[in-house]
Design a protein around this ligand. Structure first.
Ligand code: FAD
Length: 278
């Protein structure tokens, strides 16, 4: 069996010049592993607009493929049109199209309600120029009425013109396989790429998972709790768990893996090497 599937890398735009400089080094290190592309997140409401673009520009200038995330909450058709023009100018070919979440204190949701409307608008404005990635949720989006309603919303994004999808991270491989099965039964044929979150800190992972609705299985939670402040044990166990998860996904036919790096090269490099993806 050939286990060498493609993978991609996600960064967030750093808030400081030092962070920007550090990210260039991280990007160069990860580029040696041969990822398909680097995606760069976008603060909903446009809070990171300039920084996201700056990182995307730098990645493209270094000769790599970059995919800016673009969220539509709080946006207008004109502001999205401006973004598309900037992407075109930089040479971007791939966009991760999202609704995002309305930042606290921002009252006006703008002219788009859901990601399917953004995908539809991008297709209307630019035809097949961009490869459009959309988000999907094997464990169901936290605001969805239920799993079936969330699947129906995913199908809408696909029918609006999405090219591929990247999932929220998860640690239960069955949730991914069940989701892919349900999507195929609903007529979805685009690739469903697994989002993978390496584990550097259990405290941070716990906090983040609560807000995005990703489940940390009880057996993992109890094991991490037992490590307390022992960062080395957290790292070693986290690597083992995530390696096994990826191995199961690869054996089950996942088309590609997308690593949420949190701008750190170490764990993603170790995972890619352990999985033999280099
Ligand atoms: P949608 O697909 O619009 O779904 C949002 C909710 O509305 C869901 O509950 C869905 O079931 C429901 N829904 C969708 N369409 C309809 C419809 N037509 N009618 C009724 N209900 C509907 N956040 C950021 O701020 N910046 C980022 O860069 C970022 N990158 C991400 C990358 C990935 C791969 C993933 C998985 C998530 C990312 N997020 C990011 C988080 C994301 O913005 C949030 O999860 C957000 O709450 C939902 O965005 P979405 O595009 O999935 O929304």
């Amino acid at each position: 069996m050939n286990n060498k599937i493609p993978f991609s890398i996600e960064f967030f735009p750093p808030a400081t010049p030092e962070g920007m400089t550090k990210l260039q080094g991280v990007c160069e290190q990860l580029a040696t592993l041969g990822p398909e592309f680097f995606s760069v997140t976008y603060g909903a409401g446009g809070s990171t607009r300039d920084r996201t673009l700056q990182v995307v520009r730098e990645i493209c200038a270094a000769g790599h493929d970059a995919a800016p995330h673009l969220s539509c909450i709080g946006a207008t058709q004109d502001s999205i049109r401006d973004h598309l023009a900037e992407f075109r100018e930089i040479g971007v070919k791939r966009i991760v199209a999202l609704r995002g979440d309305l930042p606290s204190g921002m009252a006006d949701p703008g002219e788009f309600r859901y990601a399917n409307e953004l995908v539809e608008f991008i297709r209307e404005e630019s035809g097949s120029e961009f490869f459009i990635e959309v988000a999907s949720y094997p464990e169901t989006h936290p605001q969805a009425r239920n799993a079936d309603a969330d699947m129906a919303a995913f199908v809408k994004k696909v029918n609006a013109g999405a090219s591929s999808s990247i999932t929220q991270y998860f640690y239960n491989a069955d949730s991914y396989f069940y989701f892919v099965d349900a999507a195929r039964k609903a007529g979805v044929t685009i690739p469903i790429v697994a989002g993978i979150m390496p584990i550097a800190s259990f405290t941070k992972l716990s906090r983040f998972s609560e807000s995005c609705g990703a489940e940390i299985p009880q057996w993992m939670r109890r094991k991490f709790e037992g490590f307390g402040d022992d960062a080395e044990s957290v790292r070693a166990f986290g690597l083992d768990v995530v390696t096994s998860l990826c191995e199961r996904l690869i054996a089950g036919g996942v088309p590609s893996l997308h690593f949420y790096t949190l701008n750190q090269a170490g764990l993603t490099t170790a995972l890619v090497q352990r999985l033999g993806l280099v």
